[in-house]
Write a protein that binds this ligand. Structure first.
Ligand code: AMP
Length: 141
């Protein structure tokens, strides 16, 4: 498998070299808003330590990231009154992965509302507002 590239965009976010709308972090994981949201409140959860995806992650990295995924899934359900939550994760280019630092997509869903198509930049103010809703919901946890 290809080696981890420390200059991938999420590694740069972790080092604070590029901005991100952060909604949650603990010692081992970080959650921030996806800049091309496919549903309102679409966010990403990543481990703070390097791995490309599920194929090279350690059990400890997976355990930490899934614990945060659950926390954020519960928070978006509250924040958006979501009927459901979609969790997506892709492995290697052939598996649909574009950024090669392990990440899980957390997508709040409403009954009967489809995901928006991928690749469309979100509105910054909307994303900031959704991030605030998620931070507030986390405080109710
Ligand atoms: P994938 O690797 O296929 O799971 O897709 C990568 C995801 O990262 C896409 O949903 C992008 O919209 C998202 N993304 C790419 N660059 C950034 C960034 N700088 N900040 C937040 N999300 C990003």
């Amino acid at each position: 498998m290809t080696a981890y590239d420390p200059d991938n965009i999420f590694a740069k976010i972790l080092r604070g070299e590029i901005p991100a709308t952060r909604v949650y972090e603990d010692e081992e994981t970080l959650a921030f808003m996806d800049i091309m949201p496919r549903s309102d409140g679409h966010l990403l959860v990543i481990p703070k330590t390097p791995c490309r995806n599920v194929l090279d992650a350690s059990p400890a990295q997976l355990a930490a990231v899934m614990t945060s995924v659950q926390k954020l899934a519960r928070a978006v359900r509250i924040a958006f009154g979501a009927d459901g939550v979609t969790i997506q994760q892709f492995n290697e280019a052939a598996g649909g992965q574009e950024v090669f630092h392990l990440h899980f997509h957390v997508l709040p869903r409403q009954e009967g509302v489809s995901l928006r198509p991928p690749g469309k930049m979100g509105d910054f103010d909307e994303i900031a507002k959704h991030a605030d809703q998620i931070r507030s919901a986390l405080k109710q946890d």
